[in-house]
Ligand binder design. Structure first.
Ligand code: F6P
Length: 359
């Protein structure tokens, strides 16, 4: 087994809180083994473009700085905007870049899409890879939690708490639209943590009448306000997307379902005033909560341990309260993980009387 001397670490896809804590853990664990760490800028672009963009990261210049405590990505991240004609072309440039930079392995901090793309590039360039899952959507397969999710849940829960208080002052039903793409994990966790009255996620069909009946029930027991959490990927009652805007790689840019619900419910029921709050990119920022930093530490250490043992082409995961590793091809094969509609979180929402749709 060839000894590792230098690794690259990069962040790929949409940012989230905790990325710098992961980078720091990777730097600390790798440095302890005597390995050099190149922090690659702007995802794979720092490797594929010339001049290559990277920085040598050490415990002294990075881990000892305030950066590990801050959100955003110190390295910059590439979010679905590859400036190339074909994946084959970028993959070839990646192989050349890896060679020129002298990288023996790459730690990629990303979601399932990034794991897929970067693991293919690594296969092509014969460089070792270990993945560390991150995303506020929590839709990376196999791992129960990805870095950044808990901070986003905390942000959304705080928003629900705040909206409940202002709703109380004005006989209002507050609709709060949260991110998550096609997965409702973020909405569901925030609704449970914040004791919302209604939680609507893309995985479960709903009806406007179902929502209105819940609001009537609240009113009948003497409460003058309500909070409705809605996941951005939810469609209209009859299954139509509220937006058709797409990003550079043809993926839907979500937003607007909160306003749709506000308009439609207001037409049918006026015992409450309705207002919409869209939390947007604030959910990806803020101070990373302790659990995200704990995951960052455990994942970073595990990734380096795997590479040291010669176990590559893996992604670290959090499962059954333990850190372990799974094969990257299995992650790619599993694809995006949606909310299990038979799972414990949906069951709890139903048991607590939250209207979660027609299920
Ligand atoms: O995947 C993370 C995420 O924040 C989604 O929840 C959201 O739909 C999307 O990224 C927003 O992407 P962008 O930063 O390109 O607007």
């Amino acid at each position: 087994m060839e000894k590792i001397k230098r690794i690259g670490v990069l962040t790929s896809g949409g940012d989230c809180a905790g990325l710098n804590a992961v980078i720091s853990a990777v730097v600390a664990a790798a440095s302890k083994k005597g390995w050099e760490v190149y922090g690659i800028n702007d995802g794979t672009e720092g490797i594929t473009e010339k001049p290559h963009r990277y920085e040598v990261l050490t415990v002294k210049n990075f881990s000892d700085s305030p950066w590990p405590r801050l959100s955003g990505s110190y390295l910059g991240s590439l979010n679905k905007g590859m400036r190339v004609e074909s994946l084959e072309e970028v993959s070839n440039r990646f192989a050349v870049g890896v060679k020129e930079l002298g990288l023996d392995a790459i730690v990629v901090i990303g979601g399932d899409g990034s794991m897929n793309i970067v693991s293919n590039m690594c296969k092509n360039s014969l460089v070792k890879i270990v993945g560390i899952p991150k995303t506020i959507d929590n839709d990376t397969p196999i791992t129960e939690f990805s870095v950044g999710f808990q901070t986003a849940v905390q942000y959304c829960t705080t928003a629900v708490d705040s909206l409940e208080l202002t709703a109380r002052s004005h006989n209002r039903a507050m609709i709060v639209e949260v991110m998550g793409r096609d997965a409702g994990h973020l909405a569901l966790h925030a609704a449970l943590a914040g004791s919302a009255d209604v939680c609507l996620i893309p995985e479960i069909p709903y009806s406007l009448n179902g929502i209105i009946n819940k609001l009537k029930e609240i009113k009948a027991r003497g409460r003058n306000h309500a909070v409705i959490v809605v996941s951005e990927g939810l469609k209209t009652e009859n299954g139509t997307a509220v937006t058709s805007t797409k990003n550079m790689v043809g993926e839907m840019i979500y937003g607007g379902i909160g306003q749709y619900l506000c308009d439609e419910i207001s037409k049918r029921y006026n015992e409450f005033q309705f207002r919409v709050t869209t939390l947007g990119h604030l959910q990806r920022s803020g101070v990373p909560v302790a659990f995200d930093r704990l995951l960052a530490a455990l994942f970073g250490a595990k990734a380096i341990e795997l590479l040291d043992k010669g176990e590559d082409n893996k992604m670290v995961v959090w499962k059954n309260g333990e850190v372990s590793a799974v094969n990257l091809p299995d992650v790619v094969k599993a694809g995006t993980t949606l909310v299990n509609t038979q799972g414990k979180y949906v069951k709890a929402a139903k048991d607590l009387g939250i209207y979660i749709g027609e299920i």
